[in-house]
Write a protein that binds this ligand. Structure first.
Ligand code: GLY
Length: 416
């Protein structure tokens, strides 16, 4: 199969690494990619958020399947254009991708579909904001309605900080004030062909920058899978109570969701609730989910893209565990230092149980450099969490990047 992957993060590198493990040999292209992806795919210099440019390239290059990694091309309508040109694309059209692109839209879909979620008030003015904060019991949860690269969410006890955060985002569009929910969080992904869903395997993400869940929110600093502490039947319950009603509701609105439905869930004392939906694979959760995938990836994504998941058997996952730890540049997430040299990856290249997925990396001549906040994900597998953690952290010790940091508590205390 000839496959084009759009995106430049560790998620896309992980997807490409998984495609390369398929028994069928694929011809893999990536745009724009990064230094790590360049070793595993042919890089194409095109703007992944431009629907016409992507579609012209996919048509003229006889691409069999386009996989859209990040949210920006989805919201820009890249899937709409590809699909109307008859090209199989794994990723929802703009209208369905609003499930991630607009938090107010997601709440409306959940309300119609009867999907359990927290209370929320969508506000557009300072007066509405104050009324909503008065109704919220605190801590205050304030979210920008649209995409904000992981920076739009603030959870705080400080009412003034909540007001300032909301006022900043109100300049750009609506803001959501949500009721605070507490409990362990779970990310669960479903493939969707527009009418049916197929679950992958649960993972847990670590969103705060520093150990013990301290520091600012980030895109994700680490993850592990499976989650041995989940209740029995968790996946089937979420499929029945969350994924299927959501996909059915979107289909009934004439906006079928074809791609990856990311359910961000929280196990509260009142039951499981949806915190957020995303319209694409999560990063870094994908690193651990796909590390455990033991059946081919491309046929699953192609079947979803072609609107018929009944063509394929459900994915299989290894009983081994997987842990990923993100190496971040000094100053991430607020003000990451970039342009510094990275050393030590060669020593890991042939490790049997450790893989490195590149995110913010590039080359200056032959020298590998950090070009972003999240630089790379070290992904380790093992028979249990102690072994996988040991392997991941031993690998991180070998990598040098001045000023960089990573969390030391990913999957700590989890027993298989
Ligand atoms: N790790 C969170 C996300 O992908 O949105």
């Amino acid at each position: 199969m000839k496959i084009l992957v759009l995106g430049s993060g560790a998620r896309e590198h992980t997807i490409i690494q998984a495609l390369r493990r398929d028994p069928e040999k694929h011809d893999i292209l990536a745009a724009p990619g990064n230094a790590g992806i360049a070793a595993d795919a042919d890089i194409v210099a095109l703007n992944p958020t431009n629907p016409l440019v992507v579609t012209d390239f996919a048509t003229s290059s006889d691409i069999d399947l386009v996989i859209i990694g990040p949210e920006a091309p989805l919201v820009a309508g890249v899937a709409n254009q590809l699909r109307s040109a008859g090209i199989a694309v794994f990723g929802p059209e703009r209208e369905a991708a609003a499930l991630e692109g607009s938090k107010a839209f997601a709440k409306d879909v959940m309300a119609s579909a009867g999907v359990p979620t927290g209370q929320a008030w969508s506000v557009e003015t300072s007066e509405e904001l104050i009324q909503a904060l008065d109704q919220s019991e605190g801590p205050y949860v304030v979210k920008a309605d649209g995409l904000a690269s992981g920076k739009g969410v603030l959870v705080t006890d400080d009412r003034q900080a909540a007001i300032e955060h909301a006022e900043f985002y109100l300049q750009h569009g609506p803001v959501l004030v949500e009721g605070f929910l507490s409990g362990p969080e779970v990310s669960l992904f479903f493939l969707s062909d527009g009418t049916r869903v197929m679950p992958l395997t649960p993972a847990q993400d670590y969103k705060r920058a520093y150990d013990n869940n301290e520091g600012p929110n980030t895109g994700g600093m680490g993850a592990y899978s499976p989650l041995p502490w989940l209740p029995k039947n968790f996946v089937a319950d979420i499929q029945r109570d969350v994924a299927e009603p959501t996909i059915t509701e979107l289909a009934s609105r004439g906006m079928p969701f074809v791609g990856l439905l990311y359910c961000g869930l929280i196990l509260t004392s009142e039951g499981v609730k949806v915190i957020e939906f995303n319209a694409r694979f999560g990063d870094p959760e994908t690193q651990v989910v796909l590390a455990r995938l033991s059946s081919p990836l491309a046929p699953l994504l192609l079947a979803a893209a072609q609107g018929d998941l009944t063509q394929v058997a459900p994915p299989k996952f290894s009983r081994n565990v997987a842990v990923t730890v993100v190496l971040a540049s000094e100053g991430y997430p607020d003000n990451p230092h970039t342009g510094r040299d990275i050393h030590g990856l060669d020593a890991l290249a042939s490790h049997k149980y450790v893989r490195v997925a590149h995110a913010g990396t590039g080359f200056d001549g032959a020298q590998l450099l950090a070009t972003g906040g999240r630089v790379l994900s070290v992904v380790a597998t093992g028979k249990d969490f102690d072994q996988a953690r040991e392997r991941a952290y031993a690998a991180l010790e070998k990598i040098t990047l001045e000023g960089s940091f990573y969390r030391r508590d990913i999957a700590q205390g989890v027993s298989a």
